[in-house]
Design a protein around this ligand. Sequence first.
Ligand code: NDP
Ligand code: 5RP
Length: 468
Amino acid sequence: MEEFDFGIVGLGVMGRNLLLNMADHNFSVAGLDLDAEKAASLEKEALENHTIKGTTSAEEFCGLIRKPRAIMLLVPAGKPVDAAIKSLLPFLEEGDVLVDGGNSYFPDTDRRVKELAEKGIHFFGMGISGGEKGARFGPSMMPGGNAEAYERLRPIFEAVAAKVNGEPCVTYLGQGSAGNYVKMVHNGIEYAIMELIAETYDLLKRGYGVEDSKIQQLFAKWNESELSSFLVEITSEILEKQDEVTGKGLLLNYVSDAAKSKGTGKWTSQNAMDIQAPVPAIDAAVQMRDISKYKEERVEASKVLKWKDNSETSEEQIFEELTDAFYFAMINIYAQGMAQLFIASKEYNYGLNLEEVAKIWRGGCIIRAACLEDLRQAYTKTPELPNLLMDEKLGKALQEKQGAARNVVKTFIDKGIPAAVFTSTISYFDSYRSEILPTNMIQAQRDYFGAHKYERNDQEGIFHTEWV
Ligand SMILES: NC(=O)C1=CN([C@@H]2O[C@H](COP(=O)(O)OP(=O)(O)OC[C@H]3O[C@@H](n4cnc5c(N)ncnc54)[C@H](OP(=O)(O)O)[C@@H]3O)[C@@H](O)[C@H]2O)C=CC1
Ligand SMILES: O=C(CO)[C@H](O)[C@H](O)COP(=O)(O)O
């Protein structure tokens, strides 16, 4: 056989849709899944011009694909990836390329790259974003690994990726686990923007008692402005969806408020701490999902821990200021994530080009937004920009909008509505722009109780003092 251009392992949400997307672009693709029903139904979905074949046999699957083989895994992260690799290995040969398209934890990718290199197999970690529709009609893809192996995959990935002004939302990002790392931070940013939107909705709904339809209109209007983005767009659609079970009101009002997660946001925060890249908005978003799980405790606490709203900001003023406050927070979130990538690139030797990262995030992915073109331009101007807050254009916009952001945050606090991400973005901005921080006190305290020593700001050297 050996006639298929590409193979995909895992015919679930992402694998099946990406396979059909590839087939749309005239690539012949074989699919492998443990579930016979999924493998069989694939061929039923084929259009006339598609060349696709589904199987549950790893041997048959590997036999279908032209050598050197190009195979992508789209199975859940963790053990299923190792299991899928193990099932393929007996049938793979030197020179074959395996691409992990899932949300794998980046150290796992580094391990797999090494293990498979010993067998002459190129292993690639490639984050994919865009969900079900993105995979089907054009995702953003973040590949990392062996640069030569990528050249073989490039035509197929560029064909199926989303396009912005004709430019594909995929590019080679760097060696080893660079692709998984960039996707991990993408998801960290995703968590923070989702929480920012949730906080905005909360302030309007619980803080001001604004009707859902009016909140929907605000998000729809924002999507026509500089705040235009996929997450804002889907929020306005979610705020329109009626509940079909009860036939009464919005479905959203029946959705449980205990949020789930699969790990990428947490890994972003954990690794940010390891490499000392502060990302407080992402940390806050992860923590809010965690707090949301303590439903019973929250219900009990709400009965005893009371606060009386003493806000002086009118609903009209909030509607006016929220737009600027949202922009301010959103840019801060991207700045934190991009600064993490800047630091991680040096730490792990990825050689990331942040202009390219911003470029491939403009379309296809969950965090696509109009502002990503401004982010891209900031890096075109200054490729080694350590923090987007220092870009002239973005910095000026943030300076103009910070007043609104500060008032909105005050209003959240006055009303007793949680605003973990909104408040963290102001603190980040204020810390980053502080020539002096009170951390001299921390250094003095460390020296006082632990003889940890300190440096002085007026002379060289390391000092210790008997403080009393
Ligand atoms: N869903 C989304 O929006 C996005 C998901 N991702 C990532 O993509 C990856 C895949 O996600 P998704 O498509 O949603 O997952 P699904 O659970 O929908 O699909 C995974 C498929 O892989 C199959 N599978 C598991 N182990 C093996 C194996 N050893 N050999 C062959 N097939 C196997 C599963 O079969 P079975 O069900 O029988 O176990 C299932 O059909 C994950 O890492 C996810 O985090 C990335 C971006 C967006
Ligand atoms: O990668 C994705 C989007 O970019 C996936 O949808 C992922 O599952 C989202 O993360 P979580 O499930 O933790 O919210």
